[in-house]
Write a protein that binds this ligand. Structure first.
Ligand code: 5GP
Length: 188
C-alpha cells in the first residue's frame, strides 16, 4: 500500500486554521486523518480531550519527551505542544494522509525528519484582522493576547519555509485551495 502524505498546516494563532481544516478534512477523497496533539495548556470552553488535544500536565509531557514518543514538540506562549509519533506512523502506513496543525518550530523539526512533508502556511488578510479574530475569541486575558500577537508577527516572518502560502480571507475558498494542493500531491 502507498504510504500516506504527511501534511503540515501552520499559521499564526487566530488565523482560522481550525475552521479551514474542518472544511477540507471532511472531504473523503482527501483521505485525511488529523493528528491529535498533546498539550499542557488549559482546555478552552468546548474543547474535548482526545479530540482537540490530549490535555496533560507538564510531568506527563516531559516523560513523553524523555521516552522519545514525540515526532516534534515546542513551547508556545508558556505551554508545551507536541505530536505523538506512533499515531502518525501507523496512520501513514495504513495509507492515510496525516494532517499536523502545528506551529513553526515544530514544523521545522518535522521537515528535518520527513523531507517530503507537504507544508502549507495560512496567512490572515492583514495583522489588524488577525488581532480582531484573536480578541473575538475572548477566551484569554490581555497578557496572553499580547504574547500571541507578538508571536504571530514573528511566525509570519517564516512563511518562506513553507511550500505553499494560502490567505484566509474566506475560509471556504482557502479550504478549496488547500484541497487542490493535497489532491495534486496525492498523484505524485
Ligand atoms: P492553541 O493554543 O491556539 O490551540 O495553539 C497554539 C499553537 O500551537 C498553534 O499555532 C497550534 O497550531 C500549535 N500547535 C498545536 N499542536 C501542536 C503540536 O503538536 N506541536 C507544535 N509544535 N505546535 C502545535
Amino acid at each position: 500500500m502507498k504510504k500516506g502524505l504527511l501534511i503540515i498546516l501552520s499559521g499564526p494563532s487566530g488565523v482560522g486554521k481550525g475552521t479551514v481544516r474542518a472544511m477540507f478534512s471532511q472531504n473523503p477523497d482527501l483521505n485525511i486523518a488529523y493528528s491529535v496533539s498533546m498539550t499542557t495548556r488549559a482546555k478552552r470552553e468546548g474543547e474535548v480531550d482526545g479530540k482537540d488535544y490530549f490535555f496533560v500536565d507538564r510531568q506527563t509531557f516531559e516523560k513523553a519527551i524523555q521516552n522519545n514518543e514525540l515526532l516534534e514538540y515546542a513551547e508556545f506562549v508558556g505551554n508545551y505542544y507536541g505530536t505523538p509519533a506512533k499515531y502518525v506512523d501507523d496512520l501513514r502506513n495504513q495509507g492515510k494522509n496525516v494532517l499536523l496543525e502545528i506551529e513553526v518550530q515544530g514544523a521545522q523539526q518535522v521537515k528535518e525528519k520527513v523531507e517530503d512533508a507537504l507544508t502549507i502556511f495560512i496567512i490572515p488578510p492583514s495583522l489588524a484582522e488577525l488581532e480582531k479574530r484573536i480578541r473575538g475569541r475572548r477566551s484569554e486575558d490581555e497578557a496572553i493576547i499580547q504574547k500571541r500577537l507578538a508571536k504571530a508577527t514573528k511566525e509570519m516572518e517564516l512563511v518562506s519555509h513553507y511550500k505553499f502560502v494560502v490567505c484566509n480571507e474566506d475560509p471556504a475558498l482557502a479550504a478549496q485551495i488547500i484541497s487542490l494542493i493535497i489532491k495534486r500531491h496525492m498523484l505524485n
